[in-house]
Design a protein around this ligand. Structure first.
Ligand code: ZN
Length: 475
């Protein structure tokens, strides 16, 4: 090409440029636009935007508003049509033990003490390996993505493997390595467990999806000395602490006998509680203890289905909500639930407290939805990053169908979401700006391979629990 023709082309381009720019409307480029649905933001004013849209770039929400406004300002290579659907913040499962999906249905219909000591602890001692943890984690991740859960808080063994699988699947997790005062699958002593956790936290700290945490099992399975060391570890590393607290009457009686105070008072007395603690269950706090938890902004996670199934009791959720506490919702492990379905958990939470108090006004549908989204984010001390659809937050967004039989006809958005919508109505799931399920097809996990592997583990688990010489049953 001659110099003259190059100059001529350049001149033509420069002359045309303003028209090209005008045609583009100076729209800025983003990665994904979700457009056309009813956007339930869960922002402070609880805005619900009909014909709304969300623009996503580099894993974050760049803009949320009316569809026409977003269309005017943004273009994207991936435009997801949400017309006639509901766009919600990703659900937050505030407490689980994800690899325990492989123990789903292994032992039911007994109390926590018998369930743990006769079945779960022996089954774990004989079966939990890194392979087991990876298989169970994949199973749980696939189930949670299908149900619109984008963040979960976990406590188990080989948590480094849980983190690895979770990051690979593109799911967000606050993942706690368990510390417990007896030898377990991954670590035989407290020193080993603390050293493992040190390496684990160092490795994952700063990861966009994974927040590594330390998880003392409970005040009755971890000594005061070890709890104090865990507190010091958390102060030094910034790692959150995940723990079970005040789950059963037996725990309250045992802690009172051994430490002269009920669990929350005891933990407060040893300086254990602060705003990095995430305490699951909290079925039996006293009124004074609720005030301590509120003052220190301890995150609390309510697990209604697990508490019902193990007959542990009913947490004072209406009081916690009245006190505007940082209260989330969790499924607990699949062995005591028996699924990881946050839709069921919201529905149960709303209904359990009505029947328990005799007052149908407590725990409204909106409050239950809050506990699975923005209030749940507060419980995990992550409310500045997740839990609502707001500019600047991480792009964890779920698109839910709104035309299934169980959702028809439609009157009220929170009622529809909490009492009528099922996990099967979830259509598309975005986490950190990445589509991990599109039109009900998982993008990061192989569902059939996962189920096949889980069935192989089932055979091993049954064999490990069968008395010597007998054949495994398991009907
Ligand atoms: Zn638990």
């Amino acid at each position: 090409m001659s110099l003259q023709s190059t100059t001529a082309l350049l001149l033509i381009f420069l002359l045309c440029f303003p028209f090209l720019a005008l045609a583009q409307g100076r729209r800025s480029r983003v990665d994904i636009i979700v457009r056309g649905g009813t956007v339930v933001t869960m922002d402070a004013e609880r805005h619900v935007i009909r014909n709304g849209a969300v623009a996503i770039r580099a894993g974050r929400i760049v803009a949320v508003g009316e569809q026409a406004e977003i269309d005017r300002k943004y273009i994207a290579p991936d435009v997801i049509d949400a017309t006639g659907k509901v766009v919600i913040p990703g659900l937050i499962n505030g407490h689980t033990h994800i690899p325990m999906t492989l123990f789903r249905g292994l032992a039911d219909d007994m109390d926590l003490n018998e369930w743990l000591t006769k079945y779960i602890f022996p089954a774990e001692a004989r079966n939990v390996t890194e392979d087991f943890v990876r298989a169970g984690t994949q199973l749980g991740l696939a189930e949670m993505i299908r149900g619109g859960t984008t963040t979960y808080c976990d406590m188990y063994y080989f948590e480094d493997a849980v983190a690895d699988e979770t990051e690979r699947a593109g799911v967000r997790g606050i993942l706690g390595e368990t510390i417990i005062d007896f030898p377990v699958a991954d670590n035989k002593t407290n020193a080993e467990a603390m050293a493992y956790t040190e390496r684990y936290v160092k490795k994952w700290k700063g990861n966009r999806l994974i927040t590594p945490a330390i998880a003392p099992h409970a005040p009755y399975t971890v000594s005061e000395e070890h709890l104090r060391a865990i507190r010091a570890f958390s102060n030094r590393t910034g790692a959150p602490i995940v723990i079970h607290v005040a789950e059963t009457k037996k725990e309250v009686a045992d802690i009172t006998r051994d430490h002269g105070a009920s669990p929350v008072t005891y933990l407060d007395r040893i300086g254990f509680l602060n705003d990095r603690v995430i305490a699951a269950h909290m079925v039996y706090p006293t009124e004074d203890e609720l005030a301590i938890l509120k003052r220190l902004n301890v995150g609390i996670v309510h697990n209604p289905q697990s508490n019902m199934k193990l007959a542990s009791g009913v947490a004072p959720v209406p009081q916690m909500l009245a006190g505007d506490m940082s209260l989330g919702l969790g499924t607990d492990g699949a062995a005591s639930n028996n699924d990881l379905n946050m839709w069921e958990e919201m529905d149960t939470a709303a209904k359990l407290h009505k029947v328990f108090t005799g007052d149908p006004r407590v725990v409204s549908a909106e409050q239950a939805f809050e506990m699975a989204t923005i209030r749940g984010a507060r419980a995990l001390h992550m409310e500045h990053e997740i839990g609502s659809i707001e500019r600047g937050k991480r792009a964890d967004i779920v698109i839910v169908d709104q035309d299934s039989l169980n959702q028809t006809p439609f009157y009220n958005i929170y009622s529809d979401l909490v009492y009528s919508t099922k996990a099967a109505d979830v259509r598309t799931v975005i986490i950190e700006g990445r589509v991990v399920m599109r039109d009900r097809r998982l993008q990061t996990l192989d569902e059939n391979a996962i189920k096949q592997r889980a069935r192989i583990f089932r055979e091993r688990i049954l064999r490990s629990l069968a008395p010597q010489g007998s054949q495994p049953s398991g009907n």
